[in-house]
Design a protein around this ligand. Sequence first.
Ligand SMILES: NC(=O)c1ccc[n+]([C@@H]2O[C@H](COP(=O)([O-])OP(=O)(O)OC[C@H]3O[C@@H](n4cnc5c(N)ncnc54)[C@H](OP(=O)(O)O)[C@@H]3O)[C@@H](O)[C@H]2O)c1
Length: 311
Amino acid sequence: MTRIVISGASGDLAGRVTQQLLAEDPRRELTLVTRTPAKIEVEGPNVSVRRGNFERPELFDEAYRGGDILLLVSGLNLGRRTTEHRSAIDAAKRAGIRHVVYTSVGGVQPGNPALSAIDHLETERDLRTSGLAYSILRNALYAEIVSAIWLAPAAREGVLEMATGYGSLAPVSKVDVARAATSILTSPDRHVDTVYEITGPELLSMTEIVRLGSEVFETPISYRPVSERERLAFFDSVGMPRTYDPDMPPNPEGHMWASDELVSADLAVARGYQALLSGHVEQITGQAPASLRSVLESVKGLRYDRIGSAS
Ligand SMILES: NC(=O)c1ccc[n+]([C@@H]2O[C@H](COP(=O)([O-])OP(=O)(O)OC[C@H]3O[C@@H](n4cnc5c(N)ncnc54)[C@H](OP(=O)(O)O)[C@@H]3O)[C@@H](O)[C@H]2O)c1
């Protein structure tokens, strides 16, 4: 039997993948690698939990031991994480893992201003030259983020102000990202050396997204594109740090991001790097991805950090 290793196992996406894998086969051989083993409540006759942390690469040899395929959930330390991912890939090789499934982001290419895309580009290159089989999931923006972080506050204010210009995007539900990852982990031979654009089913302009938000949140919301400088000034005014700090407390929406990353992601939308639509979710899973409207209807009113347990 194939042993699947899940990195970052206490996270939302990794947790969803773990649940799907065990729902399909409760006897699945799984190694759950996490910084916080105490948070893992998963049980199964062939499940083991091991400690792993990108900041402590010496743990990975033991953490990945006996594994055949690894879900490498990208880390959060912008800039530093390329080195962290490289250590994880090297350790996977030493441990005899044959295939790595990696969570990247849509629009990864030189010139993309999103700070996260710059990191992912480097890790994608490392994977391609690692000698391991790889599957790269270039995930579009999570539809759950559009609901909780974009539209819910905009519904309270009556306006969505972002530096996304007149760009468009195809938000995808984390449920579908998890389904795609699960399918690949359970049939890796069909996905050797692949790069997938994991998008939702529709490419939507910012205006269309706001129109959908107005309908689902049942209140008028307008869209006002703002400059990079205005967007940064807004985040400064609510006390968000410009750069990511792993120790910063979560804000009321329950996430821990920094404004330089968020604004750079806005600019990537404005400059067309997220204007991608693919049929890869359906191709991989056999099931069409959820529409943004259906995700908004199922998670509206929920804080971002509460969506995982509710949906
Ligand atoms: N497409 C999008 O819209 C979008 C938006 C935001 C983020 N993302 C990416 O998607 C990934 C998964 O999202 P999510 O919603 O599951 O995030 P999440 O619930 O916040 O989970 C974060 C993940 O990162 C892992 N992690 C953090 N620091 C780590 C470290 N030092 N060493 C090892 N693992 C570490 C955590 O693992 P443990 O705590 O178990 O160790 C956890 O799995 C994120 O890592 C991020 O790169 C995508």
